[in-house]
Ligand binder design. Sequence first.
Ligand code: ADP
Length: 400
Amino acid sequence: MKVLVINCGSSSLKYQIIDMDTQAVLCKGLVERIGIEGSVLTHKVPGKEDFVVQEEMKDHQRAVELVMAALVDPDHGVIKSLDEIDAIGHRVVHGGQKFAKSVLIDDEVKAALDKCTELAPLHNPANILGIKACEAVMPGKPNVGVFDTAFGMGMEPKAFMYALPTKYYEEYEVRRYGFHGQSHDFVSHRALDLCGGNENTKVIVCHLGNGASISASIGGKCVDSSMGLTPLEGLIMGTRSGNVDPGIMQFICHKEGLDIDGMLNVLNKKSGIFGLSGNISSDFRDVQKAADEGNEKAKIALDAYRYRVAKYIGSYAAAMNGVDVIVFTAGLGENDKLTRQAICDEYLGYLGVKVDPARNDVRGKETLISADDSKVKVYLIPTNEELKIAMDTVKIVSEL
Ligand code: ADP
């Protein structure tokens, strides 16, 4: 079965075709600047040179049309006709409380997604545009929605409720949702497979990318997840602050003459390790380089980042009354042995966590990095959100 995976942003579209019989990625690509001058499609087929299409794409439908043309292109394509695509899996950022698992998209689902838009005004409209464009270009193909928020629906009220007037929850669905759900779901289940876990196995997944989040789950069911109503809560990220005292907002708004939107822009785009390092970079490699060269702010930024991750691991071990497995994933988690080693060595000894430096000397490859006498198994597991979307799509389409 061949699944087309689509991840639409407001001006971008990422795609992959995955052959689910072998889990091989036949091709992947990225469309940038949709609706903006200079639209470009970059189509990648393993073992071949990139195929680049520069042509005006006024909307997502035009982008999908050009992607389809690339897929069947005689020189650069990977399929002979669109009939070879069995189904399309869409990443959808916010499913609100309605969608606790992936779903076959129909008119009712689209209407419900429209209603979730106010919870994710930057993301959901683009996801819906992607779905509508695929329906228009490939009528009759099953489209499946896979939600960033679905994994977090496993949380109980004690974990997902904010200590705010309950009216906000009851009338506006203000609660903690957790994001990066495809990643936490995929990686936690992979960890259970690798360690021979069961329904009682307690897993903490540290998804440390540009956006970063951490989850606690037992037997694959989410107990807690660090992101909240929006992806701003929780860990320190590339440019997002993560947790701060909400009182700071009023204080800084007054000092700097900002309104609430301006303040949120600072918290989302100018904070995190970027802000904390004195605007060096949101990329950890640049901040690490500056720290190595003696930059004090860069050192504090990295220390604060690791400290926050460790505090969450400690609190999630408490939330689950123990932890059997800790997993590192995403850009930093998969590639930066220093960060993994420092978090475990500096803060997690009391849990009996011991990372073996030789095993930890690895990048981007599924590996047990803890020592044999570690009380907690520690793994590096590369995340694969696209594969998770394709897996859910196959499951739903096979049940039709
Ligand atoms: P996202 O999907 O959220 O955009 P990624 O999961 O791709 O992010 O992670 C990007 C982050 O991973 C960047 O901030 C980058 O600094 C970090 N990263 C990638 N490779 C390395 C590395 N070798 N060492 C340290 N950090 C790395």
